[in-house]
Design a protein around this ligand. Structure first.
Ligand code: DI6
Ligand code: FE
Length: 408
C-alpha cells in the first residue's frame, strides 16, 4: 500500500466528466489545495481556471465520494458457522441465545492484539474504498470492556490515518451484555456510563455514542442512561432501533436529538413523526435485512411522505451483514426496499454524511468542501444501482488526493 503522502494531488481542472444530475452536459471541477474551488458546467468555467493542471475524466460520470455511515468494521474472527446454522433453520435470536452471535465475536476480538485487528480490518476497508467510499463510520462493541473497546477504537483511528479516509468512531459499549456480567445488566451499564465512556472520550476516541436497543440487547431505560452519559460529555447519539421489534427506541433517540436511527424495520408512525421533528436520519441497512431473510420491510413510504432523510449503509459486521460493497447496498435498497435510484444515491452521499454530522465536509461536490469525489465508468446514474457485482470505479479523489486511478 502507498502511504497517503505518496498519492498524487488532485489539484487542477477536472473536465471530461458528467454530473449524475444531468449527464448530458459536460461538467468541470476545480480542485485547489485539496478542496473544491469550483464545480459546474464546463462551458461556464471561469477563464481563470482554464490553464490549471488538467485531469481528463474520459467521459466518466461523477458523484460525491460515498459515505458508509454504519459499520462494525473492526473485529476478530468471522462467523461463517452461524451462517450455516441459520441455513439449517436457526434464527438470529436463537443463535445469540445459544452463545453465538455478538459474544462469539467478542471472544475473538478480545483474543486478537491491536496489530492483528488492524491488519484484518484494513483488508476489509480496502474493499470498501475500492467501491468509492471516502468517509466511514466505525463502531466499537466487540470489546465490551475498557481495554478491548479502546483497542477497537484505536484501530479505527489508525485506519483513518493510514488510508487518508475520514473515519468517525462510534462507541457501542452497550452492544451486548458481556458474559462476565450475565444477569447484571444494570451493573454493566454503570460501567459503560461511569468508566468506559468518560475514559475513551477523554482519550479522543469517541465521535458519537450508539446503543443496541433490543430484546436480546438493552432496554429502553438502559439506552436512556447511556444517552444521558453521552450528553453529559457533549457527544451526539445514534441508535440501533426497532430492528427486530418496536421498542420505542426511535422516539427516545429523537428526544436526545439523535443523528440517526438505524435498521428501523419495526419503526412506528410515532417514531417517524419524532424523527421528522428532530431531524434524525433514518439509516436503512438492506444487507442485514437480506442476510437475516427478514420479511418486515422498514416503513419506506411513510418515511418518504414525512420527509425524513434516508441513508443507506453496509452495516458491515461478521454476524448479520458481512457486506463489503456499498454499491451493492444501493442495489439492494432499490430492489428490496423500493427506493428510487436518486434516493439510494442520496442515501450513500448527502444523507449518509448527515447521519455522521459530516454534512459540511462530505456527501456533496460544493465549493469549500474537501475534494472527495468518484469517477464512474457508466453512462447514467441508474447504472450505479442496476449492475451488481460490478466494479465501475474509474478514479477516486479522496481528501484531495487521487487515491485510485492515478492516470486521471
Ligand atoms: N445490529 C446488527 O445488525 C449488528 N449489531 C447490531 O446491533 C449485528 C452484530 C453481530 O451480530 O455481530
Ligand atoms: Fe449495526
Amino acid at each position: 500500500m502507498k502511504s497517503v503522502n505518496e498519492l498524487p494531488s488532485a489539484d487542477g481542472l477536472w473536465s471530461g466528466i458528467r454530473f449524475a444530475a444531468d449527464a448530458s452536459v459536460e461538467g468541470a471541477i476545480v480542485v485547489e489545495q485539496g478542496a473544491i474551488r469550483w464545480a459546474g458546467a464546463r462551458k461556464a468555467l471561469p477563464a481563470e481556471f482554464t490553464a490549471l493542471a488538467q485531469h481528463d475524466g474520459g467521459g466518466a460520470l461523477v458523484t460525491p465520494g460515498l459515505v458508509d455511515c454504519h459499520t462494525h468494521l473492526v473485529y476478530g474472527g468471522q462467523r461463517a458457522n452461524e451462517f450455516a446454522m441459520r441455513l439449517a433453520g436457526a434464527t438470529y435470536e436463537e443463535v445469540a441465545k445459544a452463545g453465538g452471535g455478538i459474544v462469539s465475536s467478542v471472544r475473538a476480538t478480545r483474543e486478537a492484539d491491536e496489530d492483528t485487528l488492524f491488519a484484518q480490518a484494513a483488508a476489509r476497508l480496502e474493499q470498501l474504498l475500492a467501491d468509492g467510499v471516502c468517509a466511514i463510520e466505525i463502531k466499537s462493541g466487540y470489546g465490551l470492556s475498557l481495554e478491548h473497546e479502546r483497542k477497537q477504537l484505536r484501530v479505527a483511528r489508525r485506519l483513518g490515518e493510514a488510508y487518508g479516509v475520514t473515519v468517525r468512531t462510534t462507541f457501542l459499549g452497550a452492544h451486548a451484555l458481556p458474559p462476565e456480567y450475565a444477569g447484571r445488566s444494570g451493573e454493566y451499564i454503570d460501567l459503560v456510563c461511569d468508566e468506559m465512556l468518560p475514559a475513551l472520550a477523554a482519550e479522543g476516541l469517541v465521535d458519537a455514542v450508539d446503543v443496541f436497543c433490543e430484546r436480546i440487547a438493552f432496554s429502553l431505560a438502559e439506552t436512556e442512561r447511556v444517552f444521558k452519559a453521552a450528553k453529559a460529555l457533549g457527544l451526539p447519539v445514534k441508535l440501533h432501533a426497532e430492528q427486530l421489534s418496536d421498542m420505542g427506541g426511535a422516539v427516545l433517540a429523537a428526544r436526545y436529538g439523535a443523528l440517526s436511527c438505524d435498521h428501523i424495520e419495526h419503526l412506528s408512525a410515532e417514531g417517524i413523526e419524532a424523527m421528522r421533528r428532530s431531524g434524525t436520519v433514518a439509516v436503512l441497512l438492506p444487507g442485514a435485512y437480506y442476510t437475516l431473510r427478514d420479511t418486515h420491510l422498514p416503513p419506506i413510504a411513510a418515511l418518504r411522505a414525512a420527509g425524513v432523510p434516508m441513508a443507506v449503509s453496509t452495516d458491515h459486521n461478521p454476524g448479520t451483514s458481512p457486506a463489503l460493497s456499498l454499491l451493492l447496498m444501493v442495489n439492494m435498497a432499490c430492489t428490496l426496499f423500493r427506493l428510487t435510484v436518486p434516493e439510494a444515491l442520496d442515501g450513500v452521499t448527502v444523507h449518509a454524511a448527515r447521519a455522521l454530522g459530516l454534512q459540511d465536509t462530505h456527501g456533496a461536490i460544493a465549493p469549500g468542501m474537501p475534494a472527495n469525489f468518484v469517477l464512474w465508468n457508466v453512462r447514467e446514474a441508474a447504472e450505479l444501482a442496476y449492475w451488481f457485482g460490478q466494479q465501475p470505479v474509474r478514479a477516486v479523489v479522496r481528501q484531495g488526493r487521487i487515491a485510485i486511478g492515478a492516470n486521471a
